[in-house]
Design a binder for this molecule. Structure first.
Ligand code: 5AD
Ligand code: SF4
Length: 477
């Protein structure tokens, strides 16, 4: 549990995070904003005075899950009020941004709806909600929330107003660092440009300062986050524009920072220097999440991805040219409107040709307001299901083969948590594989060399290795 510095009344907040790593980062920032108000973290809604649902809108079912969770929270609120207490309910994240007022209409027990750009205003929203809730209760209406809404894209950046991350934001030696938000690419299936707004890059000086703070607080690994992280173009100290490549080179100068990762990137923004950085900077891990979505030129065009399959192939070749042990991961969507058998075969062929170490696969889902939703030729569910199964089976085989290819080698593992079985600890290899060894809890948060002994579909087993450090990887003392 996080430290509490109480300047106000002692209260508890439960934050449930849905979706991507950006949301995990944002949930931490919300906890940071709330801490000075006297909020510590609760482990479940039952223990909490305030519940925040940090939502994701990427796929349909995600928002339905939010509404059913809100129904349960409403019941909890009714119970509390019967006992003369209360529960404040806040909806944050991309569903909050996309649906705004509708959330309050559909579930009147909700007190606050706050979009991803307005988290720094949470204290003010809570105060307003408390006032309005009292007024409405005095009014005698049935179980109202306060219905306070903030889904603006304020002129001031939330990053300038959020507290700096602290030791509480470093988990077992690893921390996220958000450097870029929003997206101007407008892929025709995607809601992100509407929910997260236009692309914004944080100034490089702010990023470097936060990075140094996180390393001083115990981070040996940083994952740079952004919806379109390699489109990064932040202002440098000298007023010039820094690319992601330049930022990574500067981060690599920080003493004690041993692992750097970034996610999620777009094939169109892999510039020459960024490719070169993969060869030049040993701290940059040899694993890249580079979503391609489809292997068909026709579908890539309909998705407005702005590149074809050959561009992707060439990028992969160049990246492997400078970093031969680079492993790739990707997102795939099957069943985009108009996707024919031949288009899907192109995707299967691309997967076969590239070889992925891991992947996320999705059936296309219609997101209201996106151009894709208005297209004709939406595919039947059973076609999507069959294609997804075929793709997953191929990718699953590739992942098992990739894991098996590492057996017998020694790699540094950053240990993150206790394993499921007593006496086991679980960590991540440079390629983000889960690795189990017999070991002590004091290994958590440390990089330890491990000899890999056996590979499974989703993980590897190993033993702590003595002796030589593996080439190319620096291991912290
Ligand atoms: N349907 C299915 N998958 C989607 N994604 C984004 N929008 C949709 C959608 N409408 C997937 C993409 C993206 C990942 C985060 O989610 O593959 O890269
Ligand atoms: Fe969505 Fe495309 Fe932007 Fe990625 S690049 S966030 S898929 S619009």
């Amino acid at each position: 549990m996080k430290d509490v510095r109480t300047t106000g009344q002692r209260k508890r907040v439960f934050i449930r995070t849905y979706g991507c790593q950006m949301n995990v980062y944002d949930s931490d920032r919300m906890a940071d904003v709330l801490r000075p108000l006297g909020y510590s973290l609760a482990e479940n809604p039952e223990q909490a005075d305030l519940v925040v649902l940090n939502t994701c809108h990427i796929r349909e079912r995600a928002s339905e899950k939010v509404y059913s969770e809100l129904g349960r929270l409403r019941d909890l609120k009714v119970e509390r009020r019967r006992d003369g207490a209360d529960l404040t309910i806040a909806v944050a994240g991309c569903v909050a941004q996309a649906e705004g007022q509708e959330i309050i209409q559909r579930q009147p027990a909700v007190d606050i709806v706050v979009g991803p750009q307005a988290y720094h205003r949470l204290p003010e929203l809570l105060a307003r909600a408390a006032r309005q809730s009292d007024d409405r209760r005095a009014d005698g209406r049935r179980l109202p929330g306060a219905g306070v809404l903030d889904t603006e894209f304020p002129a001031e950046s939330k990053f300038d107003h959020l507290p700096a991350p602290s030791a509480a934001d470093v988990r077992a030696g690893s921390a996220f660092l958000s450097i870029q938000e929003g997206c101007d690419k407008f892929c025709t299936f995607c809601v992100v440009p509407y929910t997260r707004g236009a692309e914004y890059s944080r100034p490089a000086t702010a990023v470097l300062q936060e990075a140094r703070g996180l390393v001083a607080a115990g981070a040996v690994e940083l994952t740079l986050l952004g919806q379109n992280v390699n489109a990064y173009h932040g202002e440098g100290a000298d007023g010039s524009t820094w690319t992601l490549a330049r930022l990574i080179r500067a981060l690599a100068e920080i003493d004690g920072l041993v692992r750097i990762r970034y996610t999620t990137s777009h094939p169109r923004d892999m510039d020459d220097d960024l490719i070169a950085v993969h060869g030049d900077v040993p701290q940059l891990m040899p694993y890249l999440h580079l979503p391609v979505q489809s292997g068909s030129d026709r579908i890539l065009e309909a998705m407005n991805r702005g590149h074809g399959r050959d561009h992707y192939r060439r990028l992969v070749d160049r990246l492997r040219g400078v970093r031969p042990d680079l492993a790739l991961s990707s997102d795939f969507i099957v069943g985009f409107p108009g996707e024919s058998d031949a288009d899907f075969d192109d995707t299967m062929r691309l997967v076969d040709e590239v070889g992925f170490a891991s992947a996320y696969t999705f059936k296309y889902s219609r997101r209201p307001g996106t151009p894709g939703a208005a297209l004709g030729d939406q595919l039947a569910e059973d076609i999507k299901t069959a294609r997804l199964a075929a793709l997953q089976s191929l990718l699953g085989r590739q992942q098992r083969d990739f894991n098996a290819s590492k057996v017998g080698t020694i790699v540094p593992v950053l240990f993150a948590e206790a394993g499921r079985k007593p006496g086991q600890v679980l960590g991540k290899s440079p390629w983000l594989q889960s690795v189990y060894v017999e070991g002590d809890a004091d290994m958590i948060g440390r990089l330890v060399n491990v000899r890999l002994l056996a590979a499974y579909a989703l993980s590897l087993a190993g033993e702590v290795a003595t002796g030589e450090a593996p080439p190319r990887f620096e291991v912290a003392a």
